[in-house]
Design a protein around this ligand. Sequence first.
Ligand code: PGA
Length: 253
Amino acid sequence: MTPDIKPLVCGNWKMNGLNADQAKLEALEAGYKSDMQALVDLAICPPFTMVGALASAADTVGIGAQDCHSAETGAHTGDVSAAMLADAGAKMIIVGHSERRSDHGENDADVRSKTQAVIAAGLTPIVCVGETKDEREAGKAIAIVDGQLAGSLPDAVPDDLVVAYEPVWAIGTGLVPSAGDVEEMHAAMRNTLVARFGEQANGFRLLYGGSVKPGNAEELMAVANVDGALVGGASLKPDDFLGIASAYLALKA
Ligand code: PGA
């Protein structure tokens, strides 16, 4: 946690979600009571096909998307722009997720262009970074993440910028770095961002992502400079997702 930063717990549904799953939003909002709303922002990023419907139905939970094209319009068959997602009601867009980087060959320059597009559309960018297992074992995790931050962020960013540290080896594996390793990485990211963006960067939300579950959320969310979570698998089950968000009730108690 960072004093004065309201945390964000954001679900990434990945390529999961049919119309019938709109009921999950209702279940989430039913459990996201005012005491929790006061402590933590809750959001979900469904597949493109559900963004409009969920954004229309949502009241207290923010709706976002998982990717966008860097251009606003044009001849890009199959792509979706940030402006279109804003028009559909999205409030935020994840960019640079490691599955985009690995499945679609996106590099830091691509992520930077997409981040710029998200900003231009007036939405909140959630920019993902994180090292592989080999890179961590070689002692290069902080250097890799530093490089990704340098390459993936444009020179002018909004105050509501979100950066998600997601070690590639922790995504969908049940493996989680130690609280000490998360603390070290998040402190390094904050220092790097403050060195580049100045005082503004003390307000950026730095999320941790990778196998966050109700059982480990309290320990991870208590770490200094961890301002919330990006949640994959557990965000598909409203009870688990609420269980993660309710870590903040426990931390405040
Ligand atoms: P996971 O995914 O929670 O299923 O590990 C996290 C992510 O990819 O954002």
